[in-house]
Design a protein around this ligand. Structure first.
Ligand SMILES: [Zn+2]
Length: 152
């Protein structure tokens, strides 16, 4: 994972490449985005940035994020709640588990799943270019102490 400043620099470069003028507001959005270590939606980014600059508009945030997504600097997820959530594209590949009760997003990665996917694709005559895996679950109630699990 890169440092915050490095991330901001990469984002700035991406915006410049798309011909966008660098403004204070865009710089602020980039910083908030770079600092986010969860999976915020555009409104979440807007709320965080708005705290620093109340003249900011949501459409500026949307536009800036759309460009970063197009440039591949941030990755968009459309989990089942229909809201687009974003995260930095500079991370190790991982998959997501979404808690259906709280909406919490848990990251995980599994070499076994990766290997199995490659095997299945190969059997079908394909190599995997990318994949998305989302698990939806709810927390299991804690097992009462002293009781053993599954008795058959
Ligand atoms: Zn993630």
């Amino acid at each position: 994972m890169r440092g915050i400043d490095q991330r901001v620099a990469v984002f700035e470069e991406q915006l410049r490449q798309s011909g966008l003028r660098m403004t204070q507001q865009r710089r602020l959005i980039l910083r908030v985005l770079a600092e986010a270590d969860d999976h915020p939606d555009a409104k979440g980014i807007f709320t965080r940035a708005f705290a620093h600059d109340p003249t900011l508009s949501l459409s500026t945030v949307y536009r800036t994020m759309k460009i970063l997504e197009t440039q591949g600097a941030i990755e968009r997820h459309a989990f089942e709640d229909g809201v687009s959530r974003y995260e930095h594209a500079d991370q190790q590949h991982h998959d997501h588990l979404i808690d259906i009760e709280t909406g919490k997003v848990v990251e995980f990665s599994s070499p076994e799943i990766e290997a199995l996917q490659a095997k299945i694709a190969a059997e079908l005559g394909y190599e995997i270019v990318r994949h998305r895996l989302e698990l939806y679950g709810r927390r299991k109630p804690p097992t009462p102490r002293g009781k053993s699990k599954a008795k058959t």
